[in-house]
Structure formats: C-alpha cells, structure tokens
Design a protein around this ligand. Structure first.
Ligand SMILES: [Zn+2]
Length: 761
C-alpha cells in the first residue's frame, strides 16, 4: 500500500482489495465506532462493532495503540484491520488506518450458508479429523519441493479470503518456511510460497575449483576432473590474535600427571588443575573470544576460516623453506606434548595461517596440479589443498545439518584442519584428534589425502561421533577404547555424505570403498576387519532404505543414525549389541521425520545377513584358527600387537594352523567354503617372504563343518623388506573364507610374524 498516494482523509482501493482508508490527526474521534461510521458512509456497507475482534490495546512510548480484526462466523478475515493510534493523555486521534473486506460483510449470509453446508463450526475446525486431512494435503505439497521437503513443524490459522474459508499453514522446513493455503470449502491448495531462512550475515560465499570426490582413484591412479563449486560459510570477521596469539598459555602447565577427562569436568578436579583436551580447548576458545576482530575480506587478505572449518598449516610447516608467503601464527591450536625434566607436558600450539585470498579471480586461479613427488612447498604455495579441505569439511557439516545434525554447539563449531605435518614417520596419513583433522605429506605413489573427500569425511566421521557420542564413550569390543564400531561408523558417515553428494551416481573407484564388503561379525581378529562388519551392516541397511524410499530414505536413515548416536552418548561400554539396540530404540521413538518403527525390519534383516542377532540364544557362524600356542584371537599370540617373534638370519620358520569352520544358526558360512591364504594384497603386506607367495593366494576348499583344514605356513627368516625400526620385518598371512558366490570374504583373520629381529642375533 502506498500511503503517500492517499488523500488526507480516506481513499478507495479497487473492490478486490476491499476498503482501505487512512484518517489523520484530529480528523475523527479515536474510536472504532467513529471509524466504522466513516467506513459505512463510504461503502454503503453496514459494518458493526461486533464484526470485529479487539486483539491489541497497548501503550507505546508515544501513543496508545489499538487493533481490531474483522471476522465472519467467528473466523478472521484475511488482511483486515482497523488500527488506531491516539494521544495517551488527550485521547486525540493521531492516526487511524482501515483495511476492511466489504465483500465478506456483504456476503455474510452466503458465507454463513457455505459454512454450515460444509458442516463447520468452531469446534469442527479444530477437529483432529480435519487437521489430519489438511496435514496430508500439506505433506504432499511440501514433498514436491526440490531442496527442502522435510516438515519440522506445522501451524495454521483459519481465515476468510475472498469469500473462501482458507486454512493458512506455515510449515517450517530444514532451511526455510513454506506458506501453504488450503481452501477448506474446496479442499484444495489455493496458494503456496517458500522462503529460505535469512542467511546469517556473519558468513560469505566465494567460488573456487575443487574435486567433488577426489583427485585420483586409489586402485587405478586414474585422475578425475575438478570443477567450480561454492565455498560457503566463510566468516566475515576473524579474531586478531597478533604475533603470538597463545602467549597467555606460555606459563600455564598441562602436565600428564594432571590429565583426567572425567575429573577435569568437576569442580574439585578444576581446583586441583586437572585438565583434558576438551577443558584445554575451552580455555583457548575463551582467550580467543576476547581478541579484537578484523574484517576477513579480500582487501585484508581473506583466510579460509568459517562456520564449519578453519584451515591452518601445521606449526612445524615453518621448517619448509621457500614458502612464498609469510607464515603467521593462527588463533587455532593443536595439542603438542613435550618431555620436560622426564615428565610429559601438553601445550596448545598455534597453527599457521594459510595463504590469503585477494580476490575471487585470485582464488579461481588456484588449480590443482598432481606433482609426481607431491612436493609440499609447491603445494603450500599453490594454496589449492587449503581450498579442497575447506570444501570437504563444509560440505559434510552442511549436509549433516540438512539431515538433522542440529545439536546446539556440537553442530555449529568449526573443526580445525592442519595441513602438511612434515614429520616423516607420519607420511601418507590423515587423522582426527580432538576437534582437529590432520594431514601429512605424501609419497609419490600415494594419493594426496587432502584432495580426497571420502578420506576427509571418514576422519570427520570420527569427529562427528566424538561430538555426538561424547568424549567419555567406551567401546566394549576392543581394547584401548577404539574399536571396529568407531572405524565402521566413520566409514558410514563418509558413505552418507558420498550418497548425499552423488545421489547414487557412479564414479570411478566407488566400489572399492572398504564399506562395501561381505565381512560378518565374530569372524575377524582385529578392529580394522571388525569395522568392516559394522560399516558393512550399516551400508546394507542404507542400500535397502534408499531402494525403498529414495533420497528421502537417506535423510530419514541419517536422522535415525544421528539419534542412535545421541542415545549412546558417553556409553561406558558400547558393543555391537548395544549399538544396534539403541538404533532400534531410536526407531521405536520415531521423530519429526520418521515413522515409529519405520526401519525395524530393515535393521533386523541386515543384521541376520551379517552373522548377527540380538537374540540371546543365537549361534553365529564361526571360524576357529588354532596353532601351537592355542587359539588365534584379537589378543592372542600371532595377533597384530603380539606377533610371533623369531630370531635368526637364515632358515625357514614353520607354523601348522588348523581352521575349523561352523555355520551355526546364521548359516553365514556356506559349504563347500573356499579358504584363501593371501600373502600380498592385504594392507601393509609384503615384508616377509612366504613360501607359496609366487602363486598367491594359496586356495583350499572345505566341504563341510566336520572337516578341519590343515594349513602349513612357511616363511623365510630373510626379510623381503625391513619395515620395523629395530631392523626386523613384520607381516601377516591373511586367512580369508569365501562363500562360493561371493567376490569378497565373509570371514578373515590375520596371523602375524615378526622375523629376524636384529637384537636376537
Ligand atoms: Zn578411522
């Protein structure tokens, strides 16, 4: 409405808009009666005071404000109001404005008829049956939306709109609000629109070249193309920590003998200076929050720091000479341990700021080049890896937020990435630790993991789990609080994001992911392999869910997984059984987006197919391996951490193994089964010279569960390559059981040797 176009007293609008008028200071008494008299005189309609609800009457600083809304059959008429501002002392009119619907008033009788014909009454309008019918129409309407088709909440108002009784429904989605109007008389959608939530102004978006998945396929070395994508949620302002942002911690001690994650959270523990990574992190964040801020823009040199990720170089990257930009300390830290006077002490150490961005063209000119030697200095100078890691982290967090990761603080704090750890013993690695994701340098034949989103997403999977499942979580299945569940679920988080990004589209290397396997529960002897059963089972479930529900299924199952993570938060001894029980419980609870019990059967069926059941009397298929020292387990002799050590410079060592396969209730291992002894192709294999490795693998067949398979392993004392700091070689024979129809093993155990240990000579 253009008020300036109005005459001082009143004005007519076209009939479709009804009657609008503005009455200025002192022109009429400041009463609704006076206004209605005016309106009636101008419209020849007989508005009565009883046609209006008084809905607001309040003192403003400079006037008294009253607001009336027109109604018919007790239902408000859309966009009608009489608003009156008057002098608080003299009651003199300051201003009045009227927006009335003549048509509604004139058609009062026919509206009443329509209303009663449709069997409406104030009570019927609030009936559950009507509400459900309309909800159904709304759900169908929202489902049609491309990017925001989840209903988080719904509220409605009934009103008359142009002679039609309309229910205006406001649906909150993940990213915005749908306004949908349904005619209650016609039972149809009459209007709809969608508005995204206002984007917070703290962030900015720029465009850059990135790899949507990864730079190269691990198995084939094939190179994939990069493309222009948005880098979202870059902070508009950054804390300015000066030359040495963490200097306040110079004299604060975090000694190992005061490390205690539980006590650090208690008052008494804090009195005695107990600390933990989380407590230290809070201290640093408090210090950083007090720094002045500066604009993070092209003029100042933009850094890749934002809502979900900050990009830093590893503090030790200072040792790289010929970096062509100044290496300044960043306000983000990682924890370093120092040995001081025979005691271990932790310190928060600043990372280094990355390469600044001076314009979008400058950023778009950062192109990835796959250097044959992965020269870290050239990579640092190009600045591409920073962009890729920022992109990878942000995509994951943004996607999870869209799918229900909305937990206060946990879902909104950035992860801190540290690139180019120069430590040579850390080469070819990426890992998660205490809110940080860390990258190293790479050997020429390895992939640069900073350009590999699924790797970034796996590591962040550990981070998301740590945030939601808590830092006090304990795993029952493995020692050291680090289990197959953790590895399998990190793989699964990565899988969720791959699926979110690709919607099932193929890409080179997709089928090489570890999560795609046939490994069963109870059929491995180390957590790397155990994780395959967890991840594999989750993957099986998601495949079925997506086949049944499509992309919506991905969102729903992610919602379920996140809820199961919340419900297992800080579980002191989480096992496969308790994890899946909590998934089923989360399923039973249902959610804003899930039906109660929606995934019950899918979860149960997937578990049966992985040699797993929650039933107490369930007997899984088994693979028992025995040798001269008893049974091979995850903690026995010949396991990863306790390899059989044998000394000498020549000769051959021999071990006689017996393999006993049982199919149990699960019938997971099927006969005749194939047993392959793999010497070469497993991860990190190749240091020991095994007899028979020329014809790798050695293949056996087991015809029934009564047959015991005898295998003789022979290895040369003479190492093929030394892979241990003490001059020895450590390696394993990979005992893998295949069902006839499977390309991947259903059971696998590793038998470890460590040979030619120098000090025995
Ligand atoms: Zn991992």
């Amino acid at each position: 409405m253009k008020k300036t176009a109005f005459l001082a007293s009143l004005a007519f609008m076209s009939a479709a808009f009804g009657y609008e008028a503005q009455v200025t200071k002192g022109a009429l008494p400041a009463t609704v009666q006076a206004m209605l008299e005016k309106a009636n005189a101008e419209t020849q309609v007989n508005f009565k005071e009883s046609d209006f609800y008084l809905i607001e009457d309040r003192a403003l600083a400079t006037s008294r404000f009253q607001m009336y809304v027109q109604h018919s059959q007790q239902i408000p008429v859309a966009a009608t109001a009489i608003r009156i501002w008057s002098d608080k002392v003299s009651n003199e009119l300051i201003l009045a404005e009227m927006h009335l619907s003549e048509a509604t008033k004139k058609g009062e009788k026919s509206l009443a008829l329509k209303y009663s014909k449709a069997k409406f009454s104030p009570g019927a309008l609030k009936s559950k049956k009507l509400s459900q019918a309309i909800s159904h129409i709304i759900a169908q309407e929202v489902a049609k939306h491309d990017t925001d088709n989840r209903i988080i909440s719904m509220k409605f108002t009934d009103q008359w709109v142009n002679g039609d009784l309309v229910r205006a429904v406001e649906v909150r989605g993940r990213r915005g609000v749908h306004h949908i109007s349904v005619s209650l008389l016609k039972n149809a959608v009459v209007e709809k629109n969608y508005m995204e939530f206002p984007q917070s102004e703290q962030f900015q978006t720029v465009r850059a070249n990135v790899f949507p998945i990864y730079e190269e396929v691990e198995s084939t070395g094939e190179k994939l193309p990069y493309e222009v994508k948005e880098l979202k949620f870059i902070s508009v302002n950054l804390p300015d920590g000066g030359e040495n942002p963490l200097s306040v911690f110079n004299d604060v001690k975090f000694p190992e003998n005061r490390y205690h994650p539980v006590l650090a959270e208690t008052e008494v523990g804090q009195q005695y200076d107990f600390w933990s990574e989380a407590a230290l992190r809070r201290k640093v964040e408090t210090a950083v929050s007090q720094f002045p801020t500066r604009a993070n823009d092209f003029a100042n040199g933009m850094l890749l720091q934002g809502k979900y990720a900050t990009i830093n170089l590893h503090p030790a990257a200072k040792e790289f000479k010929e970096v062509n930009f100044p290496l300044k300390a960043s306000t983000n830290h990682l924890i370093s341990w120092f040995n001081v006077d025979e005691e271990w002490e932790a310190k928060p150490v600043s990372g280094l700021q990355g390469k600044v961005i001076t314009s979008e063209d400058d950023l778009l000119s950062r192109l990835p080049e796959r250097l044959p030697d992965h020269d870290p200095v050239a990579y640092i100078n190009s600045g591409f890896d920073e962009v890729q890691v920022y992109y990878g982290v942000t995509v994951l967090m943004d996607a999870l937020a869209e799918m229900g990761f909305e937990d206060a603080e946990l879902s909104t704090k950035p992860f801190h990435a540290f690139l180019y750890d120069p430590d040579l013993s850390m080469k070819d690695n990426a890992y998660y630790y205490d809110n940080t994701i860390n990258f190293t340098t790479y050997n020429s034949h390895q992939a640069n993991l900073a350009r590999d989103n699924p790797t970034i997403w796996h590591e962040l999977g550990h981070g998301v789990m740590e945030r939601i499942m808590g830092t006090h979580l304990g795993y029952a299945d493995s020692k050291g609080g680090y289990g197959g569940l953790s590895e399998g679920m990190a793989d699964f988080v990565a899988k969720i994001i791959v699926e979110h990004q690709t919607s099932g589209a193929d890409f080179p290397g997709k089928n090489d992911f570890r999560i795609i396997n046939n490994t069963g529960f109870y059929l491995t002897n180390e957590f790397h392999d155990e994780g395959e059963a967890y991840g594999g089972a989750m993957n099986d479930m998601l495949d079925v869910v997506i086949a049944k529900y499509g992309r919506e299924g991905l969102y729903d199952f992610t919602d379920l997984t996140l809820e199961a993570m919340r419900l297992t938060r800080n579980h002191p001894a989480l096992s496969a059984k308790s994890w899946y029980e909590h998934m089923l419980y989360a399923d039973e609870l249902g959610s804003e987006v899930r039906e109660v019990g929606q995934f019950k059967d899918i979860i149960a069926n997937a578990l049966v197919k992985r040699n797993f059941s929650l039933a107490a009397d369930f007997k899984p298929s088994s693979m028992k391996v025995t040798f001269e020292k008893g049974e091979l387990t995850n903690a026995s002799d010949a396991s990863r951490d306790r390899p059989l050590v044998e000394c000498g410079v020549d000769g051959v060592v021999t071990h006689d193994l017996k393999i006993d396969l049982k199919s149990g209730d699960a019938k997971f291992i099927k006969f005749p089964a194939i047993v392959k002894v793999e010497f070469k192709k497993g991860a990190l294999q190749g240091a020991i010279k095994w007899e028979g490795e020329e014809t790798n693998p050695t293949i056996y067949s087991v015809n029934s569960e009564d047959e015991i398979l005898n295998i003789q392993l022979k290895a040369s004392m003479d190492c093929e390559t030394v892979n241990q700091p003490d001059g020895s070689c450590k390696d394993y024979a990979y005992l893998q059981v295949f069902n006839h129809d499977n390309l991947k093993p259903v059971a696998k155990k590793r038998f470890y040797l460590k040979l030619n240990k120098a000090e025995c000579i």
